[in-house]
Design a binder for this molecule. Structure first.
Ligand code: NDP
Ligand code: PYC
Length: 338
């Protein structure tokens, strides 16, 4: 059993903010990053909670990110919003673009934000849930670095390429999923490495193309997609929609841009939003009821909806007033404090 440390909820974003500003991030970026890390840690998303502070610090130490830059938000079409992060972290640009996205989605029924020129380290579900909280359905996706072999391939070409989707539900938590199209997120492999645990089968191959359960060999070799050729094709779709479609980098290009330095990948992000009412042919209530019937049928047979673990963790952590992280991570974070 790994040793853990309890951190009071009030202290989670303070800890993150202090570490980020000490490392050189300006307060606007530090605040948006700290808020994201709090949100993820509150829901026990260990791979993209406080653990990702290490990646944020590596990113600023690598010297390419601008930790102070103000994003620029503009319209590229009636329903297309460009959020230029201008070489900063993605979160502030997205945060500033979302109000216009909500407005344009209500106006046109569908709208999108393309975030460009951003460093990106974070989980995606908080961004789609910001829209489902407004009663809109939303999906978002990003490339990363070319760590993942395409199905049948032997070397990294694709990113871990997560995709998230959220559907609003009256009076209930939304239906949300958010996962990498690699069998494991890179962050998850890093956590296995830190815990000294072997990986399950089917997650990675070593640098010679042989299956491996060793986290170090996996990180040096190539990761695999989930679901074989199906995950591989979805991953390529994400490369295209969040790369060439929006005039931004693929995971291959992001890896080249990094020039061997560690830290967050640099690329774009697409976020699409849908107005349920305008798509519903005037039958919103009937169509929402259809969605509820679908969810009920899943739950009735003992299956669970994605994000239920997360919502339960949130309720538990809010009630007890603290989150838990491994003591090894806590020590590493304390070493980054002023
Ligand atoms: P997981 O495999 O942990 O979870 C994926 C999703 O599946 C969650 O919504 C989860 O819900 C749901 N789920 C898990 N088990 C079940 C089940 N038995 N039945 C129904 N639903 C289930 O995700 P990943 O490790 O692939 O990704 C973790 C995070 O890493 C994501 O937030 C992702 O955005 C982030 N990431 C970010 C990247 C980036 O470049 N920025 C790259 C790769 C990943 P629940 O949470 O409730 O268990
Ligand atoms: O876990 O794969 C990952 C990841 C990449 C960038 C941020 N997280």
């Amino acid at each position: 059993m790994q040793k853990t440390v309890e951190i009071a909820l009030d202290d989670v974003s303070k800890l993150a903010f202090n570490i980020l500003t000490h490392a050189g991030y300006g307060s606007a970026h530090a605040q948006s990053i700290a808020q994201m890390l709090y949100t993820c840690q509150l829901d026990d998303c260990q791979s993209h909670g406080l653990f990702r502070l290490l990646m944020c610090i590596e990113t600023i130490r690598a010297g390419k990110i601008d930790g102070h830059i103000a994003p620029s938000i503009s319209q590229a079409g009636k329903a297309i919003i460009k959020a230029d992060a201008r070489g900063g972290m993605s979160l502030l640009a997205m945060e500033q673009a979302v109000p216009l996205l909500v407005e344009k989605t209500r106006e046109f029924g569908i709208a999108a934000v393309a975030v460009n020129h951003c460093f990106h380290f974070s989980a995606l579900w908080p961004e789609v849930e910001r829209l489902s909280a407004e009663g809109l359905a939303a999906m978002t996706m990003v490339p990363s670095h070319s760590w993942v072999a395409p199905a049948g391939g032997t070397r990294g070409t694709l990113g871990t390429n997560p995709m998230a989707f959220s559907w609003p539900r009256q009076g209930r938590d939304p239906f949300t999923f958010d996962f990498a199209t690699s069998a494991f997120a890179r962050g998850e492999i890093e956590l296995y490495k830190r815990a000294g645990k072997p990986l399950p089968d089917g997650v990675a191959i070593d640098k010679d193309g042989n299956p491996t359960n060793d986290p170090d060999a996996a990180l040096a070799g190539a990761m695999l997609t989930f679901g074989g050729y199906k995950g591989s094709a979805l991953s390529v779709m994400i490369e295209l929609l969040a790369g060439p479609l929006i005039d931004d980098m693929t995971s291959l290009e992001s890896m080249e841009f990094a020039q061997g330095k560690s830290g967050a990948p640099y690329h774009g992000q697409i976020l699409l939003a849908f107005d349920l009412e305008q798509f519903s042919g005037g039958q919103l209530a009937r169509n929402e009821a259809r969605a509820e019937r679908l969810f009920a049928d899943i739950i009735d047979q003992g299956a669970r909806l994605p994000s239920q673990r997360r919502f339960a963790a949130r309720a538990r952590n809010l009630k007890r007033g603290f989150v838990e992280i491994s003591s090894g991570l806590y020590d590493d974070l304390c070493a980054l404090l002023p």
